[in-house]
Ligand binder design. Structure first.
Ligand code: MCA
Length: 512
């Protein structure tokens, strides 16, 4: 049985989801391990009251609400409240430091900033600076926003949105190290949700095992959205924890995760075909799944992982088929309605099997970077294709294999890390002359953030002193796992740092 979703006239994304669960308000939606089970009706009612609380805080349609909170059912209700109100939901990685949050608040200029109760005192000055009201939301329905919601009126209307209205804004960094707000529309997110619902054969009685954060595309749009569209249940884990995940597998039918999570399952004796007997599909993305791990996974679980390829700016771009071959190392075929090409420097299609730049055009694409029209324009070709920055090749059937990235972005445990941002911080540390940051093969995280550092002539910096200097400025996951001190950085004739050489000559740093 598939979703009852019909095409509502109101293009508000919430209206689309509701058409999928309207007849299932008593059906379990968020099943929290060792905790409550909330039905679709419970979460919707909470979202209506939360919309009332936000309205009383002065939030209006079109405003930005920035959120940095731990994963919780109230966090989902807050997201749905923003959708219903036509408010732009801007969610931040909980690992971001106050310095990083200060940048996002200044850039996004929210009416309200929702943070964890424990962070309120530290972040209040940054909210004040940005002119945002600060409220708090904890994981046990605690915090000032939760309290306000308990007594706020219900707002039962869903704002009539245009499909081109912005629903969410997610920050993604770039080669310059400056984060950019990717504006995602109701229609764009709806296209991704409907595409995944179709391509992954979503069943209303599916049970999604959800162990990812919901501050990124993967956990929020790729996982939660198709589940809501189907009115399906979600085993809503606060975060990935190996034993809890293994224990939940027999109750689930669908799991989505990053390769690091699957790598860890592979190491567990309890990860067996019997433990996975109820599972229908394991999807993997946000980082490449190594071919050997893909094969190990099939041997251990009896399931062939379904790889897919996505980006914050584009949602899911390609997916391996639900029924059909899923060769290791490939990421499948372009999603329905998406045009994909692999081209050379003149935007001419590459011959079959030859690597080139992946470019895409379609309904799931973002509406641009917030307040950066020139930067946005520079990432599109004259004929309207978005330049992904990823290098790939197509086989005779149109199946995509990714070969890497044209820039030097690192993907660590599924999180994107932009070397320039890290280098700028390290270079300001006492005693450092310059640095180069690269990703090196790391069995658990995929790539380990690694810094090659040249000291000033009288410099006496070391790993501890640099960590001290950058600790409050960069989220932990961005901070180098290793520091390698060298006399000089390898450079070519144009004195450009040769990161390829650093990667080649240090490939086994984490395996020795
Ligand atoms: C945690 N740590 C990390 C990472 N995660 N270090 C590097 N890279 C990471 N990804 C560090 C913490 O800072 C901490 O360091 C130590 O590891 C243990 O922290 P803990 O929270 O316990 O980490 P974990 O449980 O080991 O987390 C690993 C994880 C997590 C479960 C793989 O990183 C995760 O949930 N990743 C999913 C990311 C995601 O959702 N990506 C989707 C992006 P210390 O002890 O020193 O403080 S969306 C996307 O990419 C596109 C659009 C797409 O296609 O999906």
């Amino acid at each position: 049985m598939t979703s009852n979703a019909i095409e509502p006239t109101n293009r508000n994304l919430y209206a689309l989801f509701r058409s999928g669960f309207a007849d299932r308000l008593d059906h379990p939606f968020l099943i929290i391990p060792g905790g409550a089970t909330l039905t679709y009706g419970d979460v919707e009612t909470r979202a209506m009251h939360m919309a009332g609380a936000l309205t009383m805080l002065g939030v209006a349609t079109g405003d930005h609400v920035v959120v940095q909170i731990d994963k919780s059912s109230d966090g989902v209700a807050l997201y749905l409240a923003c959708l219903r109100m036509g408010v732009v939901f801007v969610t931040l990685n909980t690992a971001y430091t106050p310095d990083e949050v200060a940048f996002f608040l200044g850039d996004a200029q929210p009416t309200v900033f929702v943070c964890r109760p424990a962070d309120a005192a530290t972040l209040q000055p940054f909210a004040d600076e940005a002119g945002a009201k600060l409220v708090t939301l904890g994981v046990d329905a605690d915090g000032t926003l939760a309290e306000a919601t308990d007594t706020a009126p219900k707002i039962v209307d869903i704002v009539d949105s245009k499909g081109t209205d912005i629903a969410c804004m997610l920050y993604t960094s770039g080669t310059t190290g400056r984060s950019k707000g990717a504006m995602l529309t109701h229609d764009g997110l709806a296209a991704t949700a409907k595409g995944l619902h179709e391509v992954w054969g979503w069943q209303r009685d599916d049970v999604l095992l959800h162990v990812l954060p919901i501050f990124h595309v993967h956990g929020l749009f790729v996982a939660l959205h198709p589940a809501m569209l189907g009115g399906s249940s979600v085993l809503f884990h606060p975060k990935f924890e190996l034993d809890a995940t293994l224990a939940a597998l027999p109750d689930a039918t669908v799991m989505m995760a990053v390769p690091t999570i699957y790598n860890r399952l592979l190491q567990a004796d309890q990860f067996t075909p019997e433990q996975c007997a109820s599972m229908r599909v394991f999807t993997s993305g946000s980082a490449p799944l190594a071919a050997d791990k893909h094969e190990d996974f099939a041997r251990k679980s009896g399931h062939v992982v379904l790889n897919r390829y996505g980006m914050t700016e584009a949602g899911i771009i390609t997916s391996s088929p639900l029924d059909g071959e899923r060769p290791a190392g490939t990421v499948g075929f372009a999603m329905p309605g998406l045009e994909l090409r692999v081209v050379d420097d003149t935007n001419q299609p590459m011959p079959e099997g030859e690597p080139g730049m992946v470019q895409i055009k379609g309904d799931t694409l973002f509406a641009g970077y917030w307040q950066l029209p020139e930067k946005t324009a520079s990432e599109f070709t004259d004929d309207g294709f978005f330049i992904t920055g990823d290098i790939g090749r197509l086989d005779a059937e149109g199946r995509l294999t990714l070969d890497g990235r044209s820039g030097d972005m690192i993907i660590s445990g599924g999180f994107n890390v932009y070397p320039r941002e890290v280098e700028l911080c390290i270079n300001e540390a006492e005693g450092v002359f310059e640095s180069a940051v690269v990703g090196l093969p790391h069995d658990d995280l995929g790539e380990g953030v690694t810094a090659f550092v040249v000291l000033t002539s009288e410099g006496s910096a070391n790993a501890e002193s640099i960590e001290e200097a950058i600790g409050s400025r960069l989220a932990r996951f961005k901070q180098p796992k290793r520091y390698v001190f060298i006399d000089e950085l390898p450079r070519n004739a144009m004195s450009k740092v040769q990161k390829v050489a650093l990667r080649r000559d240090n490939a086994d740093l984490y395996s020795t």
